[in-house]
Design a protein around this ligand. Structure first.
Ligand SMILES: [Zn+2]
Length: 190
């Protein structure tokens, strides 16, 4: 367990140093990893330190799991905390450290996912939202296309771009990308 946490922490520190954000503290590693989130469905807000050094804080993770629950059913599932590192590192890399993130979608039960699939387009059958390994988000005051580019640069999982709905999807699955219903100019190179 300790070894796993160490590996996660060191790979995260490596990613941060590679991004060379001017706002980044010069200390070897950020101690407190904080997230400010706003849930666009429940209108709830959370301001939380979820990791200190290389240790995730279990009480904070439980609060985040609840915050990101399926808002239709109330079901809660434990999220992959590496997703929070992606969110935290995203705020740094775009120059808004600890900036507020709007959560468009967190956990989805299978039934909610099926219902979304029936009524909207762009929802995958085996969405990683069902595994609590994906989050859809945008950031107020940040161009969503730039947010997408920053997420791609992290190379830490999947990144989907939904320009018409103005959000990106990030997950802890394999590194891949897609652009939903995008103009050809944006899909070049996908
Ligand atoms: Zn998504």
């Amino acid at each position: 367990m300790g070894a796993t946490l160490f590996l996660i922490a060191s790979s995260s520190a490596h990613a941060q140093s590679r991004l060379v954000s001017p706002q980044e503290p010069s200390s070897p590693e950020r101690q407190d990893h904080r997230l400010l989130l706003y849930n666009t469905h429940t209108a709830e807000r959370i301001d939380i330190v979820y990791r200190r050094g290389d240790q995730y804080i279990s009480g904070a993770l439980a609060k985040l799991d609840f915050f990101l629950r399926d808002h239709r059913t109330g079901d809660v599932r434990h999220f992959d905390p590496r997703l929070y590192d992606i969110l935290s590192d995203l705020t740094f890399s775009i120059g808004h450290p600890d900036g507020e993130i709007d959560i468009v979608c967190g956990y989805r039960t299978s039934s909610t996912n099926e219902s979304l699939r029936a009524h909207t387009t762009g929802v995958a059958r085996n969405s990683l939202h069902i595994q609590a390994e994906a989050i859809d988000l945008r950031m107020p005051g940040v161009d969503t296309f730039k947010l997408r580019q920053a997420a791609l640069a992290l190379r830490r999982g999947g990144v989907g771009y939904y320009p018409h709905s103005d959000f990106i999807h990030v997950d802890t699955g394999r590194v891949r990308q897609w652009c939903f219903d995008c103009p050809a100019s944006l899909t070049t190179g996908d």
